[in-house]
Write a protein that binds this ligand. Structure first.
Ligand SMILES: [Zn+2]
Length: 117
């Protein structure tokens, strides 16, 4: 049995979700992970951070199979990375919705399956 499906059999809603996803996957930069804003001291004695507020830095934190890895994002890439993380979350939401429809489809197919044991 194949796991591909014909678009004609999909509801308009599912077609829309799938094409939105396909478009995002092919045209957007996306990144899984959480953004963490931190403040740090650089260690230079004469720097303003020695007495006042630390330097603001942005980290992208990823849980990779239970291991945490992180990367400090340079200032000029903040916006790009923020957007990419947002795109990933949006795509994940869309994927979840399509998966939910698949779950319902499975329930229906199960009902009409003859080898239901
Ligand atoms: Zn400093």
């Amino acid at each position: 049995m194949t796991s591909s499906l014909s678009r004609a059999k999909l509801s308009a809603g599912e077609r829309e979700l799938r094409s939105q996803l396909a478009q995002m996957v092919s045209s957007k930069r996306f990144l899984r992970g959480a953004l963490s804003e931190r403040s740090s001291k650089c260690g230079k004695r004469n720097c303003r951070c020695a007495t006042g507020e630390g330097h603001a830095s942005l980290y992208l934190v990823q849980n990779e199979n239970g291991k945490i890895r992180q990367i400090c994002v340079p200032k000029d890439l903040h916006e790009l990375v923020r957007k990419a993380v947002g795109e990933f979350q949006q795509m994940q939401g869309l994927l979840q919705e399509v998966s939910e429809l698949e779950w319902k489809r499975l329930q229906i197919e199960k009902r009409s399956s003859r080898s239901d044991v």
